[in-house]
Design a protein around this ligand. Structure first.
Ligand SMILES: O=C(CO)[C@H](O)[C@H](O)COP(=O)(O)O
Length: 315
């Protein structure tokens, strides 16, 4: 079938290739002239045959919202817009309502698979009406992995359910990554294990903890066995925070995902005010030694003994 695809970056560009390889007629739009098929959203609408289907694959937030506002102006009654980016699910109903005023349908799709999806297929979680899902099923079938549909595709519920499912998926992703990372650190800290990459690779087949994320860690360690080439700074793009906010709304305990999110925040600190406060308090109540950022002798990292006047070791 024919589809317009807006956003031809790491995800959208690969999706265009996969859809074309499956025989679909894809017309892509991207502001970068070197990758785009048409030079504007108006040209995209003109190149598509009505009733049109347009897949939006741009960064979440204002970039997606403004693209949908622009599509409301260039598309017409009977067309359909699919938001396949990582939008927060709370954006979906307003976007659907705006398009609905013009008779344009809306689906939200959580897409997982990263840069490997072009070859392996993408896991898809869709929110919207049954009618709109059935209309675009040939596109979903081309994007999802080969095999039974239910193993790579779900119609999760009404508008918003696709992105809600993807948000939770990404929260789980945070927790899994953090668990593997902590295992990697402990294996590395204990000098007893002399070949950490080999142990993780051995875990990758047959064990209880085998997974694709573990396979990717094994791959990263092939290039850099101690990950020494990387800085220990980890960004986040919102999905983990939204997951925790939802957990608070529903009073659902998510200690693992919350800890994984906070570990990322911690990774961005050169120095922790909280831990300086803990050190200061131990020194205050117990006279415990502290390590000075700049020691009394002017040397960074000096360990200073009990503060004068206390001498106590009791809390
Ligand atoms: O959706 C994804 C994977 O499933 C994206 O890679 C996303 O960017 C991951 O989230 P974060 O950037 O917060 O780690």
């Amino acid at each position: 079938m024919q589809i317009g695809l807006i956003g031809l970056g790491r995800m959208g560009g690969n999706m265009r290739d996969r859809l074309r390889a499956a025989g679909h007629d894809v017309i892509g739009y991207d502001p970068r002239p070197e990758v785009t098929d048409v030079d504007s959203l108006t040209a995209l609408a003109a190149a598509l045959t009505a009733p049109r289907v347009v897949w939006v694959m741009v960064p979440s937030g204002e970039a997606t919202r403004s693209t949908i506002r622009a599509l409301a102006d260039v598309l017409e009654d009977g067309d359909l817009v699919i938001d396949g980016g990582n939008s927060r699910y709370t954006d979906d109903r307003p976007n659907a309502a705006l398009l609905g005023e013009h008779g344009i349908g809306f689906l939200d799709v959580g897409v997982s698979g990263g840069v490997w999806g072009k070859e392996n297929g993408y896991g898809l979680m869709v929110g919207g009406s049954r009618e709109n899902v059935e209309r675009t099923m040939p596109i979903f079938d081309a994007l999802r992995p080969e095999g039974p549909r239910e193993e790579g595709f779900a119609h999760a519920g009404p508008v918003g359910a696709g992105h809600f499912a993807k948000m939770v998926h990404n929260g789980v992703e945070y927790g899994l990554m953090q668990a593997y990372a902590e295992g990697f650190e402990l294996l590395s800290a204990a000098e007893l294990v002399t070949n950490v990459p080999a142990v993780l690779q051995a875990w990758s087949r047959g064990t209880v903890v085998r997974s694709w994320l573990l396979d990717l860690l094994v791959l990263a360690l092939q290039d850099d066995p101690t990950l020494a080439k990387l800085d220990d700074y980890v960004e986040d793009s919102g999905e983990g925070r939204w997951t925790i906010e939802e957990a608070i709304t529903h009073a659902v305990p998510l200690p693992v995902i919350a800890a994984a999110l906070f570990a990322r925040f911690e990774s961005r600190q050169d120095s922790s005010p909280a831990m300086r406060a803990v050190a200061a308090l131990r020194q205050q109540f117990g006279g415990h030694a502290v390590k000075h950022a700049v020691g009394p002798s002017g040397t960074p990292g000096d360990i200073a003994g009990p503060s004068s006047g206390t001498g106590s070791t009791q809390g």
